[in-house]
Structure formats: C-alpha cells, structure tokens
Ligand binder design. Sequence first.
Ligand code: NI
Length: 167
Amino acid sequence: MLSDHTLRVYPDPVLREETKVIESFDESFDTFVDELKNFMIEYDGVGLAAPQIGESLKVAVIFYEEKFYVLVNPVIKYKEGEQRDQEGCLSFPGIFEDVTRPYRVIVEARDGKGVPYTVEAEGFLARAMCHEIDHLNGRLMIDHLSPMKREMIKKKLSKMRREDNDS
Ligand code: NI
C-alpha cells in the first residue's frame, strides 16, 4: 500500500532541493523508510531517494544482492578508479545513458535506526550509492552528461508528458 506520496519525475523542482539532515530516528521516520522501500519495490528500482517521492530528506534505499541498504545522511569518504556503464533512474522514465562513476567508494552513513556504519562498495553497488547520494545533494543523472545529451533528454521527457496529457 502506498500513501499520498507520489513518484516525482524530472523536472519536478523537489529533485533539486537541498535535503534535510535526519536527526530523529523515531517511529514516523521508520514508517517513512518502509514507504521508500515499498515504492522502490513497487516501481522495480534498484535504489530510491526521498526527494523522488517528494520529501527533502537525507535518506535513500538500495536493494542489491538480496540486501537492503538504508543510507541516512550518507557521505562518500573515499573514491577510487573509474567505471562507465548504463544508468537509469525512476525519475527519468525510459532513459538509459552511459555515466562515468568511481569504481570503488567508501561511504559513511547511518542505518534506519540511527546506527553509524561504513560500507565499502565497488562496481554496481558503488555506482548505485553514488547515484543515490547525488539525489540527496540535488544532483541528477543528467548532470553527468554532455549539454547536448541533456537537452535531448529534456525534450524527450517533455514530449512524453505532452502525450500523457493528450491521452
Ligand atoms: Ni535516480
């Protein structure tokens, strides 16, 4: 069951907002994290950040190799190497583009209960973490592309919106 939150698609301004640091790990935060997970599952994503369902909060979730990662107030402490591969985002439906990311990262975060942890990730997981942490800083997949590509994607999405409105 989904609440009154809705999936936000580019160019929804909430995707660019500064997110708030999480300070209280109470029951309502718990509920929100569950909701974020449910949205991710519902829309079949590998990761989802709070702004993508309309909340400017520093929390994102990732599901990778049967494990849920809850990233609260995450910070990339170290990055190494480079990888280039196709990336998608639930806020850019139908768009897949090659994006260059670090190959390996060390991320410090808190879990859903507020307990600090460190995770070393490489390959796909490192990519997913960089993508979600970008969201929490108002940064999006298209910011990593050339200005020309970016314009093409904007046009494609606005055409899709017009077609949705016409039907
Ligand atoms: Ni995304």
